[in-house]
Each structure stands twice: as C-alpha cells, then as structure tokens.
Ligand binder design. Sequence first.
Ligand code: NAD
Length: 288
Amino acid sequence: MANLQLPFHVNLQDRVALITGGGGVLCSVMARALAACGARVAVADLKQEAAETVASLIRQEGGTALAVACDVLQPDSLAAANETVKRQLGPIDILINGAGGNHPKGTTTFEHLRPEDLQAAQKEVVTFYDLDPRGVEFVFNLNFLGTLLPTQAFTREMAAKGRGVIINISSMNAFRPLTKIPAYSAAKAAVSNFTQWLAVHFSKVGIRVNAIAPGFFVTEQNRSLLLQPDGTWTPRARTILAHTPMGRFGEPCDLIGTLLWLVSDEAAGFVTGVVVPVDGGFAAFSGV
Ligand code: NAD
C-alpha cells in the first residue's frame, strides 16, 4: 500500500475508533489516518485476513490496531466484537460505518428500458422487471441495516459517557440515483436520511453523527463497471469523468481531510447531521 500522507493532524490520543469494512480499499486508508492521529483502531471486517493485513500495516506504521472479524448484519457477532474491543483497546469513542457495497443482482443491464427488451425474455439482459428481490434485499441490508445494527452495538458506551462521533459512508447516488443501480442508490439515500435522523436523536447525549459521500473511486466493487479487460475506461467511466468537473477519479487519500475534520471535536464540534460530498464537483454539475 502507498505511503500515507496526512493533510493535517488532529489529536485523537486516548480515543478508540472502530471502522467497519476496515479491510476494504477506502476504509483501510481511513483506519490508517485515524491511527496516525493517535487513535487506537479496531479494524472490523467480514474478512478476518483483510482486517489483519490492515491492522498489521498500522502497527508497522507505529500505530495501535486490532483486527476484529465481524458481520455487520449479525447482532451477536457485533456484540462479541464490542466486548473484544472494550477488553483490548477500551470503550469505543469513534464509529465509522464503512461496510457497504452493491450486488450484480440489484443492477440492470441498460440505463433505460428499451421496448425490444420487453418482448422476448433474453437471459443476458436484466431489465427492471428481472431484478431479483434477494439481490435488492442484500444491498439494502448491507448498506442500511449494516449501518444501523453496528450503531446499536457500538455506541451505548458513548451515549452513557456523553461524548462520541459517528461517521456513516453514503455516496453520490444518495443525492440523485445513478442509472442501473436502483437498490444501491436507494440504500445509500437511506443511509443519508438515517444520518440526519440519528444526529437529531443523539443530540442530547453528545454524539455527533455525520456522513461522507464519496464521489467516484476505482475500487474492487466497481472495477468491472469502470475498466475494460484491456485497461481502458468503459463508456460509463468516460461519462463519469465528463460529469466530474475536476476531471479525474478520487484517490482514497482524498477522503482523509474530511474524515479528520468530522471526527475532531475541536474542528467540528458544532457539526452534526451533514452529508459531505467528496466528489471533484460531480454533485454540483448539472452536465451543461
Ligand atoms: P470495498 O469492497 O473495498 O470494502 C468494503 C469492505 O466491507 C470489504 O473489506 C468487505 O469485506 C467488508 N464487508 C462486506 N460485507 C460486510 C459485512 N457484512 N460485515 C462486515 N464487513 C463487510 O469497498 P470500498 O469501495 O472501499 O467501499 C467502502 C464504502 O464506501 C462502502 O460503504 C461503499 O458503499 C462506499 N462508497 C464507495 C465508493 C467507491 O467509489 N468505491 C463510492 C461511494 C461510496
């Protein structure tokens, strides 16, 4: 992994952070940034090995980290993770709800319904009518319940203490849905909506709740949508670039400044209930 450059430093000494999806592309960089600012970091992921790789990298970089295998959709697994983290690092002060993603079964083949696709059942074409409810359910559960359940499991101590920070990970598609991915778009809209609800709900117990909405980053979950086998951009990737005023895809380190600002009580102590786009201007551009 590339060397980590912090844009600035915030003081997270004596804080414990848990990041779900911490073994993934974007959240591993966020985990390293929190550790570089002094937090003791629990890297939580369904994939134990991925979590362990990130935790050992953080330790090599001089930080304190613990890999925790857990499933954001299983309350028992989350409760066990909370106990492990409490025992080994202390009670959690910062929760990053990063686990999320799309599924091919919640995705249509084409951007628009074409009259010819209605006529004959074509196995290779998934229209709106062919979307598999189980695929849609998977995506809703992973992104929405996968944010709500860890919040239940990991924030009781914060509420009792009267101080804590939650950052959810939303997406561009929460502002305006992206073509082909109705389930993922609606699920991330639910994450943004829940961020606002929770910010209000937790406002009297000292927990700030915000979200980051990354624009377009090339990662494992979208690689096949963006890159052709020969390494050139797909038509979809070219459309994204044409609608991103800054003319490039994001790099994971582009998220660090917003993350550190939002987790810092000194910098963002009066900020709660916002969803911050980090998108090179995509959300602002009408396309004309
Ligand atoms: P990624 O696939 O690299 O990472 C996701 C991680 O979540 C993986 O390590 C995976 O093992 C873990 N995970 C999956 N299901 C889990 C479960 N049930 N319990 C625990 N962990 C689980 O993806 P990424 O691109 O780094 O995405 C991180 C977050 O950012 C996601 O919420 C994603 O929706 C969001 N996001 C990504 C982009 C992008 O362009 N990549 C854009 C906007 C938002």
